[in-house]
Design a protein around this ligand. Structure first.
Ligand code: HAM
Length: 436
């Protein structure tokens, strides 16, 4: 047997444990996302966390995500594998593999891994939710996808969100623009840090995204993409902007928004929060990737999608002071003063009837059990003493501030208990209800 460690194990750097109540908020967010995607006609897919390395190399070998941040290893049989750094490549790989009927509108939620330098809002393991659509080349779809991302953030209660939109043009436009940006920065190479020079060699467009304040004036004078867009991609972009205005989604054009993955063409967008630290303020982003299916071995197929960073959306909600949905609390906490069998049976009975009930194990005095009942957040305590046991009743005691205010303590027959607790769950009538 391996000896116990001298220090207790801790989660790896950049890998977070998500505990209550955050875990509940995260689940509520997923449910809101799933509902919004469902209303727009998207069906859920799930794809593996682990894929062949080659699947992710298509994200762009020059990108940081692939070249520096990917967790990869050689499997026992010699296959090169990688933990997914995002969800799109896996979804498109699945699309190519299963050849579903077009268009394919799916949503996906899951964990991704990037070996980044961890800080608040930037982790090595994080959750994304997103959508992907394959097989539609229509700018109105871009509008649908962008509007959905916007709507989800509005639905969860965020107000301080900016939508940045750009079009990278088609493949050729982007290549010409990349060359223009490369030669522009070559002329000022001397003013670039070592890391920035390395970016210039590998992926010049990423320099437009450099965060060092000294570089801001240089970036401000860099060539703009609009001069390099073909007529066709310019009119696609115009149609997207017109559509966003028509459906009432406010946007800001960001002519230097390039995004961190290489597969983007034409529409690209990002949603940023004004409430969290600027370095991690991207709540989500996405765009068109019209060649990914082909690069993964399929037929040329248009694609577009987005991903929201769940961890960051939760941070922004907290920063904006939005309460958000949490798990509904317990309906009842059973306080058993007769040895525990009543608590065992009663909690089982209530749960089977669809109510949320808990109890304390190991007994204890009335006072100590009531303390646990209070802390549990349950609406009521159900007290079973010898007396109640004899008469086939329980004492229902409302717990202050947990949803049963205004109810007096009273005895309830066991047979009537489920109905009574259900009645407590129903929202109290508001003044004016029932008047005509
Ligand atoms: P991305 O911009 O790389 O795009 O990531 C989307 C979102 O994931 C980011 O805006 C951010 O909120 C979150 N995120 C990224 N890295 C981290 C991290 N290290 N820690 C915490 N959150 C993070 C994509 O991943 C594309 N697959 C989006 C897409 C879908 N494009 C087309 N379809």
């Amino acid at each position: 047997m391996t000896a116990a460690p001298s220090e207790p194990f801790r989660a790896l750097t950049g890998m977070r444990d998500v505990l209550p109540p955050e875990a509940g908020r995260r689940r509520a967010l997923l449910a809101q996302f799933a509902a919004a995607a469902g209303r727009a006609g998207y069906a859920e897919v799930a794809v593996p966390v682990l894929e062949e390395l080659g699947v992710f190399e298509r994200l762009g070998e020059a990108t940081d995500v692939v070249s520096k941040e990917m967790y990869h290893f050689t499997d026992q049989d010699g296959t090169e594998l990688a933990l997914r750094p995002e969800l799109t490549a896996g979804v498109v790989r699945a699309f190519v593999q299963h050849a579903p009927t077009l268009p394919w509108k799916v949503w996906v939620a899951g964990t991704a891994f990037r070996r980044e330098r961890p800080q608040r809002g930037r982790y090595r393991m994080f959750d994304q939710v997103g959508v992907e659509v394959l097989g539609v080349d229509d700018p109105d779809l871009d509008v649908e996808v962008v509007a959905l991302a916007w709507q989800v953030l509005a639905d969860v209660g965020l107000r301080d969100v900016t939508l940045l939109v750009n079009s990278l043009g088609d493949h050729e436009d982007r290549a010409r623009y990349t060359e223009a940006v490369r030669s522009y920065f070559e002329e000022v190479r001397g003013r670039l840090s070592e890391g920035e020079q390395d970016t210039l060699d590998r992926n010049p467009l990423r320099l437009l995204d450099a965060k060092r304040p000294e570089l801001a004036p240089v970036i401000a004078r860099a060539p703009e993409l609009s001069a390099y867009r073909s007529d066709e991609s310019a009119s696609h972009y115009e149609r997207v902007l017109t559509g966003l205005r028509a459906v009432g989604v406010p946007y800001t054009e960001a002519p230097r928004l390039v995004r961190g993955l290489d597969y983007y063409r034409r529409t690209t967008f990002e949603l940023t929060s004004g409430a969290i630290d600027a370095a991690q303020n991207a709540l989500g982003g996405g765009g068109r990737y019209d060649r990914l299916a082909e690069e993964l071995g399929g037929r040329p197929t248009d694609g577009i999608g987005f991903a929201l960073g769940v961890d960051r959306v939760l941070l922004a909600l907290e920063a904006e002071g939005v309460e958000g949905d949490t798990d509904p609390g317990l309906d009842a906490f059973v306080v058993d003063l007769t040895g525990g069998e009543a608590a065992r049976d009663l909690t089982h009975e209530l749960r089977a009837a669809g109510l949320a009930a808990d109890r304390r194990f190991g007994g204890g005095s009335m006072r100590s059990q009531m303390k646990h009942a209070d802390r549990s957040g349950a609406a009521v305590a159900l007290i079973v003493g010898e007396d109640e046991l004899q008469s086939g009743e329980v004492t229902l005691r409302p717990l202050r501030g947990h949803g049963a205010d205004g109810v007096e303590q009273h005895r309830v027959r066991r047979k009537a208990l489920v109905a009574e607790l259900r009645a407590l769950q129903a929202p109290a009538p508001r003044p004016g209800d029932g008047e005509h």
